[in-house]
Write a protein that binds this ligand. Structure first.
Ligand SMILES: Nc1ncnc2c1ncn2[C@@H]1O[C@H](COP(=O)(O)OP(=O)(O)O)[C@@H](O)[C@H]1O
Ligand SMILES: [Mg+2]
Length: 336
């Protein structure tokens, strides 16, 4: 009993609210997740009797102007964009100086859980799901919003099979310039869906989301990621340099056309990818017409290792160390 309650404390040490607590006009029903910047709760809106989700940033984040600015952007994006494939924003508020976001509750499983439990999935299941996500993302891009953090954790699939895109916490809006991905990359979570240009520290554009969606499509069909490794560095190096495995060769039942669609979305050079989500969508809707010649070309030239910002930082570190040693040795030599 004693060790149980200790374990409970260990698991959610930063949870700000307990079940049954009241926060503004909401009653906390359950704790859904603790993310990098916020806690996510299922709650009951006392004013209208609706089940909602509250995203409440942690105190540390509220004190950091850059993070605060990002949360404000997430509120704005979530409450402005309206599309059947996007999580529906229900408003935002501020209580005891804490800002919060209210969204509809999505009943279902995350795409992460679906992949863990059921992948590899057949093309008949994967293609319609990727199409819906591509359609939602095309709408975002047409409204000048780039998600930049598309991954299975940020897709919820409703019990009726419809996907919902959530979490615009890293989104880039074209009219704002402040936050660059370069400042975030090492802490931004998994590199598994990161495009080569993001790895290089660029802000990315619509084609960055195309790459991430292509990676998810690969993972769902193959049952594993295209580029895997035990460390951040290994995964990143593979995105920059390793050849993309051919889906039609590793999975029976996958046509070269479907493999080509995935390879086109995952081209290393953004200029070689689908130019936008609508072009990707159009091939997904008519896979038989996809151009398979891309399979012979692979995914393009390897990106030189020195363009990788993590390796650049490491190289600078090593250089500084060498200089320090040289200075120390020289200083020794100068001693009378
Ligand atoms: N509207 C929702 N309905 C159900 N679960 C949700 C909802 N929003 C978030 N979640 C759960 O909370 C997790 C984290 O939410 P997310 O917005 O992605 O936060 P973070 O920015 O911390 O990643 C999701 O992966 C999902 O499991
Ligand atoms: Mg998330």
């Amino acid at each position: 009993m004693g060790s149980n309650s200790q374990a409970h404390k260990d698991i959610i040490p930063f949870m700000m609210f307990q079940i049954g607590d009241q926060f503004d006009h909401f009653q906390i029903r359950s704790h859904l997740a603790t993310g990098g910047m916020a806690d996510i709760y299922r709650a009951y809106d006392i004013m209208n009797g609706k089940e909602v989700v509250l995203k409440i940033p942690n105190q540390q984040m509220i004190g950091d102007p850059a993070q605060y600015e990002r949360f404000q952007r997430e509120l704005e994006v979530t409450n402005t964009l309206k599309h059947p494939t996007l999580q529906r924003g229900l408003g935002s508020g501020q209580f005891n100086r804490t800002p919060y976001l209210v969204t509809e509750y999505v009943e279902g499983r995350s795409l992460r859980d679906i992949i863990t439990q059921d992948a590899p999935l057949p093309p008949e299941t994967v293609l319609p799901l990727i199409e819906r996500i591509a359609d939602g993302m095309a709408y975002c891009h047409e409204n000048n919003v780039i998600h930049r953090d598309l991954k299975p954790e940020n897709i919820l699939v409703r019990t009726d099979g419809q996907p919902t895109i959530i979490d615009f916490g890293l989104a880039l809006t074209k009219d704002r310039r402040r936050v660059t991905y370069a400042n975030l990359s090492p802490t931004a979570g998994t590199p598994d869906y990161m495009s080569p240009e993001q790895i290089e520290g660029q802000r990315g554009d619509a084609r960055t989301d195309v790459y991430a969606l292509g990676t998810m499509m690969f993972e769902m069909l193959a049952g594993h990621l295209p580029f895997e490794g035990d460390s951040y560095q290994v995964v990143v190096a593979q995105h920059l340099q390793a050849p993309l495995p051919r889906l039609d060769r590793i999975k029976p039942g996958i046509t070269p056309q479907i493999a080509a669609i995935c390879a086109k979305a995952m081209q290393r050079d953004p200029d070689d990818r689908y130019p936008d989500m609508r072009a990707f969508l159009s091939d997904l809707q008519n896979p038989a017409a996809a151009d398979v010649s891309i399979l012979a070309k692979g995914t393009g030239k390897a990106v030189p290792f020195w363009k990788n910002s993590t390796l650049q930082a490491a190289a600078v570190g090593v250089l500084i160390l060498i200089l320090l040693i040289v200075f120390a040795v020289a200083a020794q030599g100068l001693r009378p």
